[in-house]
Each structure stands twice: as C-alpha cells, then as structure tokens.
Design a protein around this ligand. Structure first.
Ligand code: ZN
Length: 230
C-alpha cells in the first residue's frame, strides 16, 4: 500500500514536473515569438520598388508596366528576407507613387520621399528593383548597378551580378554610375535591373510566378554571399 502510494506520489511529482516544463517552454516560445514587425536579426534591408503611380517606368511590348513588375518582385524579395529573420522596410507597397499629387515636380518629390523613407529606416543594405529596356530587342538578362566610389556598393553589386551570371549563363560586370537612390544612401546600395522588357521572350518570362521566384532567390542568395564574405 505504502509502496503504491509512494509510486503514486512519484508519478504525481513527475506529472507536475512535466507540466511545469511544458508551461515554461510554452512561455519561452510565446515570449520569443516575433511580433509581426519584429525581426530575429538586427539587420534592416530596404527594398525599393522603382517608379509607381503615373511613373510606370519602361513598358513592355505587351503593355506591362515596369512599376507593377517592380512591386511584385519587391514584395517577393522582401518576403524572402523577412522569412530569414531580417527586418524589411519597403519604400512602397502599393501601385501608387510616392510624390503626393501628380503635379509638376512629381519625380523629384518621389525621389525625395524614397530618400526620406530610407534615411528613417537606417538600413544596413538597400536594394532598388527595376526592369530594363534597350533599343535593340536582342539584349537580355539581369544587370546590377552601384554608386561610383562606394566600395561596399561595388562588392554587393558584384556578388549579385555573379549570382545572376551563374543563373542566366552570362559573363556581365556590375556597373558603376551615378544613381540618386544609391548616392543618397549611406549603406551598401544597388540597383537591380531584373531583365529587359524590350526583349519579348524575357518580358514574358519576367511576368511568370516561377521566373519571379527564381530571380528573387538569386538576389537573396547573392546578398547572403556578400554578407558572408563582408
Ligand atoms: Zn526603372
């Protein structure tokens, strides 16, 4: 009888211990769960979807607007960073532009608003997403640009261009230039031209879910390679 009672006591004690552990684990899990906007990594990436609103950017032969594709690619890319635990700030998450009223000087107001959002985010990295156009239709493939004189911008751009080259089987160099969003951003910043809307075949590919996912994965992986080697 005593032995059984002792056994019951042990069982009860074990049960209580297990329950206590479960409660503790649940508490720790809940406490550590990130809120919707919290991130697991103290590292902020700004994703800048180029153009928007009355500024559609370049237009494909089928009428597709660069601004709409930029937005779709930016959301997809941002989701990849968010899933990996990064904090992500988007300059725009809708089709509208950032200029307020579509009146004279809208382009400058749009650019200044991007600059304001980027400055406020104090990012560790900025990726501006665009689609390309060229007079002749044969040109295709992604191209990465960085601000002339920015060493980290160059390294990030080269890492992304290498990842793109592997993906599309080309041998392109990342190109330097003078670009407002890169010049006005103090962190490593790049402009990614995902492909040419002036190339009919690529224009069609760029509009498919599969190609968008692939391109965004390449950008994400190229960024990771840059961070590992930085
Ligand atoms: Zn553009």
């Amino acid at each position: 009888m005593f032995i059984v009672w002792k056994g019951k006591k042990v069982v009860l004690a074990l049960l209580l211990l297990i329950l206590a552990e479960c409660a503790l684990s649940a508490f720790l899990i809940v406490r550590n769960l990130p809120s919707k906007k919290a991130s697991l990594i103290d590292f902020t990436v700004v994703i800048d979807a180029g153009h928007g609103g009355i500024d559609g950017g370049v237009v494909g032969a089928d009428g597709v607007k660069e601004s709409d594709l930029n937005l779709a690619y930016s959301k997809e890319l941002g989701a990849l960073f968010e899933r990996a635990g990064f904090a992500v700030v988007y300059t725009r998450k809708s089709e509208g532009g950032l200029y307020g009223l579509p009146t004279k000087g809208f382009k400058l107001r749009d650019m200044l608003e991007r600059k304001r959002i980027i400055e406020e985010a104090r990012p560790n990295l900025m990726i501006s997403v665009h689609m390309n156009k060229f007079g002749a239709s044969y040109r295709s493939g992604p191209q990465v640009f960085f601000q002339e004189g920015s060493e980290q911008g160059r390294l990030l751009a080269q890492s992304l261009q290498r990842a793109f080259n592997d993906f599309v089987g080309k041998d392109r160099e990342a190109l330097a230039g003078d670009y407002f969003v890169c010049r006005e951003t103090t962190c490593p910043a790049v402009i990614v031209e995902c492909g040419f809307l002036s190339n009919e075949e690529e224009c069609r590919s760029l509009q498919t879910d599969k190609y968008r996912e692939q391109i965004c994965n390449v950008i994400f992986n190229g960024t990771m390679l840059y961070l590992y080697s930085a």
